[in-house]
Write a protein that binds this ligand. Structure first.
Ligand code: MN
Length: 721
């Protein structure tokens, strides 16, 4: 079992000035809070955090990471809180531990689909924020995989799957070859036990057969390089079962046909010598065409650098050779973690790796990391700088089926709806996030489960453009608005043309059928007759211009029989539909109620609140309920009154108790064409209080009548209730 002293020694070996007391303190604290807990293996729980811290120390990470390794399960599994840890170890470590805890609470559902797994990996990175959270999580996973034997078979399978789909690729992305290989190989043993055992045996057998051959090849290469004055570390290594299995799959061949089960590696001390060594090996044995890869000049996105070649070696056997510098080797094994190491080695390494444009786009977050690293020389400073939101541009949210969608940061349920399908976007009326109804402008967060509510009668609204983030949603909404505007303009244009033609005893349809409208359209610069009629409806072309274009020049002079058509009237006719009187973020048929507290009328400035299961409640902006409510529940609403819409309003009139006052007040309402639906009078001494309920069309009408009532002699005040 690993002991605290082993970890302290390890940290002291690479850290010039380590805070060992902090690590000791974390150990004592972890031991205290995990006291009495056991691992599935029956060992004290503390063994696990110790091993995780040990792995982190092996990666030569900073004290904060090692301390986080010791504390990583305390928030999740003990009574410890983030606040307590912040108090004892500072906010930085508290954030790291909290980050690891949050990651652990997510289990990857259905990761087998490639896209899904990719998104999940991204989400894990996005949620980690500080990359050290990922490194601790990977160390945690590494130790859990080492001890997977003690878990139940079904858990073994699930954990191994998740490791294969999420964590091994993540380690690979981070360039941590050693961690990646270990995670993959262990997961492979649980996912395909028969293949793993079988391959391990065959590989071992092959290695025994080839023992002499390996020694021979290593000897020849070393000798040749030495003869040219190149000191080199040459080795032959047997490949791991999973990597061999993957190759068999890729090539669709059996084990016997896999040639390069043994790989050779040459480590030299400079980039120049990498190429020199390559030349020497190619002079010695014939290279296999198409198998040479220069990852030194063009590193892999995860910063991996090496020269790869395959040659036809002694006895006609193909052998695979990798050539790299010590620095490249270290980066290949440790990846991102290598940046935290307190490196004393100077020079010798490869130049700063460049990413290709394509890779850079695909691995933007990694590039960012590499750039940070390049800008700062002091690894400690790098540590500080790297506390960035690596995926600041994206959020990852779940569909109801558990699929993950990547959305731009700030995306709303409307963006999500359009991302699912244009039809869903065209008809969305609301969204549920994690089961709760939210306004359409609500901003989605990482890990949210999003469900879209649709209605066949709902359509996009212009307001949506003010908050959608995706260009797809924007384009679709604009397209809908354009079509809708065209449709309405056409409808209005037709009515206007119809009306004016009727004055001559003519009908529009005749002109449409004869093609004369189309011709008139072209004459006036429009593609079709419909476009011309739409332009009339839109107001770009006057009905008179249209008539002039359609009617013969020498025809009867127009004799207006009716007053000129009134646009507003026609608009009203076209748009006449009874409604709730309010437009919710542009949606027509959302269930709308009015707040009893403030009882808004058209003309009042209003705001809506999403109420769970009860649609939207509309209040005046000045209402006290508005000030009390949370901002997230608010939705934009606008008045959208059609026909003779009326709102019932409660008024209180206070006046002197004198005979006939109520009659005078009633008369004032009558004159303003306002119905009183209820009235009650209370008297107190000289004063009378009239409580009235009246139905008004809008604020203008209401304030008008209130002013009139106020002017009645004997009335002291009029107020809305
Ligand atoms: Mn753990």
């Amino acid at each position: 079992m690993l002991r605290l002293n082993d970890i302290l020694d390890r940290v002291a070996s690479y850290h010039p000035d380590p805070d060992l007391d902090l690590i000791k303190k974390a150990y004592v604290y972890s031991a205290k809070v995990h006291q009495g807990q056991l691992r599935k293996s029956g060992e004290p729980y503390l063994v696990h955090p110790l091993e995780v811290a040990g792995i982190l120390a092996e990666l030569k990470l900073d004290e904060a990471s090692v301390v986080t390794g010791l504390l990583h399960d305390t928030i999740e599994d003990t009574l410890a809180t983030k606040e307590e840890i912040a108090g004892l170890f500072g906010p930085e470590i508290a954030d790291l531990v909290d980050g690891v805890t949050k990651l652990s609470q997510f289990t990857a559902a259905n990761t087998q689909e490639e896209k899904q797994a990719e998104n999940f990996r991204k989400m894990v990175v996005a949620m980690a924020k500080d990359i050290r959270v990922l490194l601790v999580k990977l160390a945690d996973r590494t130790h859990n995989m080492r001890t997977l034997d003690h878990m139940k078979p079904e858990s073994q399978e699930r954990i191994a799957r998740e490791t294969m789909d999420i964590y091994a690729p993540l380690a690979n992305r981070l360039g941590m070859q050693a961690v990646k290989t270990e995670l993959e190989e262990v997961a492979f043993r649980y996912l395909r036990p028969a293949d793993a055992t079988d391959l391990a045996a065959r590989i071992a057998e092959r290695a025994r057969e080839k023992e002499k051959f390996v020694a021979e090849v290593v000897g020849i290469i070393r000798q040749r390089l030495e003869a040219q004055g190149i000191p080199a570390d040459v080795s032959g290594r047997v490949k791991h079962p999973y990597s061999v299995w993957r190759k068999m799959r890729q090539l669709d061949v059996g084990f016997d046909l896999i040639q390069d089960v043994i790989g050779f590696r040459v480590i030299v001390d400079s980039v120049a010598r990498c190429y020199e060594s390559l030349g020497i090996i190619h002079a010695l044995w014939k290279p296999v065409p198409g198998r040479f890869k220069d990852y030194v000049a063009i590193p892999k996105p995860n910063r991996y650098q090496s020269l790869h070649t395959t040659v036809v070696g002694p006895h006609g056997d193909r052998i695979e050779v990798q050539i790299r510098t010590e620095e490249m080797h270290r980066v290949a094994e440790e990846g991102v973690a290598a940046h935290w190491a307190y490196k004393e080695r100077g020079g010798g390494g490869g130049g700063a790796p460049e990413l290709s444009a394509k890779d850079a786009a695909e691995f933007g977050w990694l590039r960012q990391l590499v750039e940070f690293q390049r800008e700062v020389d002091d690894p400690r400073e790098f540590l500080e700088t790297v506390k960035v939101d690596l995926f600041s541009d994206e959020v990852f949210v779940f569909t109801p089926k558990g699929d993950l969608k990547a959305m731009p940061r700030g995306a709303t349920p409307v963006d999500f709806a359009f991302a699912i399908h244009s039809e869903v976007g065209q008809h969305c009326v609301g969204g549920k996030v994690n089961g709760k109804l939210v306004p359409l402008r609500h901003q989605l967060k990482n890990g949210d489960s999003v469900e879209i509510l649709t209605s066949p009668h709902a359509h996009p609204s212009k307001d949506w453009l003010s908050f959608v983030k995706t260009s797809r949603a924007q384009a679709r909404i604009r397209q809908y608005i354009r079509q809708e505007e065209h449709r309405r303009s056409l409808e209005i244009g037709r009515e206007l043309a119809e009306r004016d033609l009727r004055r001559y005893g003519l009908g529009l349809s005749r002109f449409v059928r004869s093609g004369e409208i189309d011709a008139a359209g072209q004459k006036l610069g429009y593609r079709t007759g419909d476009d011309l009629l739409a332009a009339v409806g839109y107001g770009k072309v006057s009905p008179a211009q249209l008539l002039a274009a359609v009617l013969p020049v020498d025809g009867p002079a127009p004799q207006p029989e009716a007053p000129p058509s009134r646009l507003t009237e026609i608009f009203r006719k076209v748009a006449r539909r009874a409604g709730s009187g309010v437009r919710v973020s542009g949606v027509d048929d959302m269930l709308v109620r009015y707040g009893k507290c403030c009882n808004p009328v058209p003309g009042d400035r209003i705001v809506g609140f999403v109420t769970r299961g009860r649609g939207v409640t509309v209040h005046t902006v000045a209402c006290e309920k508005v000030l009390e409510s949370s901002v997230e529940r608010r939705v934009d609403v606008t008045w959208d009154v059609k026909g003779d819409f009326k709102r019932s309003v409660a008024l209180r009139v206070v006046g002197l108790d004198r005979p006939g006052l109520l009659a005078t007040i009633s008369k004032a309402f009558g004159e303003a064409a306002i119905n009183i639906s209820q009235a009650s009078v209370k008297t107190a001494g000289e004063r009378a209080v009239f409580d009235l309920e009246v139905a008004v069309g809008d604020l203008k009408q209401l304030t008008g009548v209130m002013r009139d009532v106020e002017r009645i002699p004997g009335v002291q005040s009029v107020a809305r209730l």
